[in-house]
Write a protein that binds this ligand. Structure first.
Ligand code: ADP
Ligand code: 5GP
Length: 193
């Protein structure tokens, strides 16, 4: 039996560490989980869809949400690029008796943990090395030279935050990392709220 009431799962890591791959796997395994769609001011890339991958909004709209206190947390993750978790998104998922799974940066993750210390589980996904992270980001083929450099240069700083989280999974072998995450989610959902 799973307990889902007002729980939150956070997957955090530097960009390219494997958050999206692991999050997708967990959502397929557990229908109790629902991806928390963040608001973001960056442009959609590849096949990303508005309202599925992100709520893609303008910087003016983002600022309006900040003024209205609509965010549970928000960060300027990269120079001039804002990302945030809307309170309404959490409420939407909770109202379906599901558990939101947040794919957010380390600073945002720390904020959410502080606000919900008792019903949150956080997992930090660690890349085997920064060089490997760079290879994966380049291999994904989604970044410009500039956005790839920004992501790689922030990675070591982000890794320095790993001890703030409940669990650390080194994503060397993706299947192994997914299985480890699956086990942690099982234990978390099995715990009474
Ligand atoms: P993030 O969401 O953290 O930016 P992704 O899940 O998009 O990361 O992964 C970045 C890239 O690395 C993707 O192309 C993905 O297929 C690949 N990848 C993820 N995990 C591994 C792994 N263990 N070994 C090799 N490639 C991986
Ligand atoms: P990307 O541009 O690769 O989709 O995401 C860049 C970074 O922003 C990733 O580390 C991702 O986890 C983070 N991110 C995505 N949504 C949010 C959010 O709502 N809040 C915060 N703080 N970070 C986010």
């Amino acid at each position: 039996m799973f307990y889902t009431h007002k729980k939150i799962i956070i997957i955090t890591a530097p960009s390219g560490a494997g958050k999206t791959s692991i999050t997708r796997y967990l959502i397929e395994k557990y229908p109790q989980l629902s991806f928390s769609i963040s608001a973001a001011t960056r442009a959609p890339r590849g096949a990303e869809k508005n309202g599925t991958d992100y709520y893609f909004i303008s910087e003016a709209e983002f600022r309006e949400h900040i003024r209205n206190n609509d965010f549970m947390e928000w960060e300027m993750v990269y120079e001039g690029k804002y990302y945030g978790t809307l309170k309404s998104e959490m409420e939407r998922i909770w109202s379906h008796k599901q558990v939101p799974i947040l794919d957010i940066d380390v600073k945002g993750a720390i904020h959410v943990q502080k606000q919900y210390p008792h019903n949150t589980m956080s997992i930090f996904i660690q890349p085997p090395s920064v060089d490997e992270l760079k290879r994966r980001l380049a291999g994904r083929g989604t970044e410009t030279d500039q956005s790839l450099a920004a992501r790689v240069s922030k990675a070591s700083y982000e890794i320095s935050f790993k001890d703030h989280f409940d669990h650390v999974i080194v994503n060397d072998d993706l299947n192994k990392a997914c299985t480890e995450a699956e086990k942690l989610v099982f234990e978390f959902l099995s715990r009474p709220a």
